[in-house]
Design a protein around this ligand. Structure first.
Ligand code: SAM
Ligand code: SF4
Length: 453
């Protein structure tokens, strides 16, 4: 991709974007597997079940809190999250008050009363879009409902251009332990073309100052395969990331879900293929990054992460979630999981705020998982770590995954993506880099070929 495009519509119309492996082009859709069963199976008529759980006896699993902050400076062309770019301070304050009301309502439910979260996650959207005062008010209110004294990790997503020194200091004070920066790329043309609000000077400034503040963990997100990415530029991004030596780096392969600006452009131009590298190239780029990070002393700890010191740096939110912990999620469009029941809040801020105004929880769909689905969920999500042991599932569920999942595991071994070595089920690099595709092999027949979201 040598041509520099001046807009994404120009890139969409350019048919000279090289394809490394025909048939492997990036087409529209959600490929990343974040949960099971897929969201499209969650139903409005199962909402009463989550209410029954909340009114039932107190839960005894680990608890986490999630709050979704759906505000951003700009909407990135590749982004599929629920975000608003046009809200003023008063509207944002109203939203935060609604969120706190939601937490207070949950804190009174018998299933949650008195429980202390092991982990807290602020996601978005852009949590760092909030002002220092808003952040303090929000976190004080949350702590009053669910105290943080037993909390091992407080993770916070930040867009580099929204971070001032004052805000970073406030984040440390509030108790944020894992600061995650949406770097995505270090090249200004690529950042601009893909609709990012930040540029590289803001990224450098935020990284340097954050590193001087002694957060337990700084993570940076990168995306392999942004529009106009090149071989040389990608190498340069990895080199610059390594120079900063963050505790953790998360590398996503660019996907183009239907609800993105990029897809809208493709649709109006009648194109099925997105103007980004094909999957083979994206895998090669992530593999290159993994190799370079390994040379610099990092360890690959999942399909998307490298960690400088895996003994010290954990990602409690991800690990607990994948192990089936309770996740009390609040905020518009957020996803939670309580007592084996999945649930999602209203998609739009209007109905979300109205429900809370009426004294109701803003839950819009739910799904009661059964025992088989819970084992499957925990198996496939943890397979993204690259290796799991059979004994873990035998001890926890009395199920040997080597028998339960014999067919898809055989497929993985026969296709040369991994091996079963006694107790251990391991993926190799090729398998790890296309794990999201392979996971569909494990889905129950009724959940296959469904639109994921
Ligand atoms: C909620 S954002 C992180 C915080 C903040 N909103 C930001 O972008 O800086 C979560 C991350 O998802 C990743 N992401 C978003 N859209 C993506 C896509 N279409 N393909 C791959 N990764 C994507 C980006 O790396 C982004 O940093
Ligand atoms: S990628 Fe981050 S900054 Fe961009 S629109 Fe999505 S949530 Fe907002």
């Amino acid at each position: 991709m040598a041509t520099e495009h001046s807009s994404i519509s120009e890139a969409v119309l350019d048919s000279s974007i090289p394809i490394e492996k025909p048939g492997d082009e990036t087409e529209a859709g959600n490929y990343f597997v974040a949960n099971y069963p897929p969201f499209s199976f969650w139903e409005q008529d199962q909402v009463p079940i989550i209410n029954q759980t909340l009114d039932g006896p107190v839960g005894d699993t680990d608890l986490g809190l999630y709050f979704h902050i759906p505000f951003c400076r700009k909407r990135c062309h590749f982004c599929y999250f629920r975000v608003y770019t046009d809200r003023n301070a008063a509207e944002i304050n109203g939203y935060l008050q609604a969120g706190l009301k939601e937490f207070r309502t949950y804190a009174e439910k018998p299933y949650l009363a008195g429980r202390k979260p092991k982990f807290v996650y602020f996601g978005g959207g852009t949590p760092s879009y909030l002002s220092v005062n808003q952040l303090k008010e929000l976190t004080d209110g949350m702590k009053a409902c669910f105290p943080w004294e037993e909390t091992e990790e407080v993770a916070f997503e930040a867009e580099p251009g929204t971070l001032t020194e004052k805000k970073l200091e406030a984040l440390r004070e509030i108790g944020i332990t894992r600061l995650s920066l949406g770097a995505e790329n270090f090249n200004d043309h690529i950042l601009e073309l893909n609709g990012r609000a930040h540029r590289s000077p803001e990224l450098h400034r935020a990284l340097k100052f954050a590193q001087s503040l002694d957060f337990d963990q700084i993570n940076i997100d990168l995306i392999a395969g942004m529009v106009d990415e090149t071989e040389d530029n990608w190498k340069n991004c990895i080199e610059q990331s390594i120079k900063y030596g963050p505790e953790c780096v998360t590398i996503y392969q660019m996907e183009v879900p239907y609800n993105t600006t990029l897809y809208k452009e493709m649709k109006s131009a009648g194109k099925l293929t997105a103007p980004v590298a094909d999957w083979a190239t994206k895998r090669r780029w992530v593999s290159y990054a993994f190799d370079e990070f390994e040379k610099a002393g990092y360890t690959v700890t999942s399909a998307t992460t490298v960690v400088k010191n895996p003994d010290k740096t954990k990602f409690v939110y991800r690990d607990k979630l994948w192990e089936g912990a309770d996740l009390l999620s609040a905020g518009v469009a957020s996803f939670g999981h309580l007592g084996g029941v999945h649930y999602q809040n209203n998609h739009d801020i209007g109905p979300y705020m109205m429900a809370l105004d009426d004294g109701k929880l803003p839950i819009y769909r739910a799904y009661q998982t059964n025992a088989e689905e819970r084992v499957l969920r925990e198996f496939i999500l943890r397979l993204k770590l690259g290796k799991v042991t059979a004994s873990y599932y035998i001890d926890k569920y009395g199920v040997d995954p080597r028998d339960r999942f014999e067919k898809p595991l055989n497929y993985i071994v026969e296709e040369g993506f991994g091996e079963i070595d006694g107790d251990e089920i391991r993926l190799n690099r090729e398998g790890l880099l296309q794990i999201d595709r392979l996971l569909h092999e494990f889905f129950l027949p009724q959940h296959r070929n469904a639109r994921y979201a």
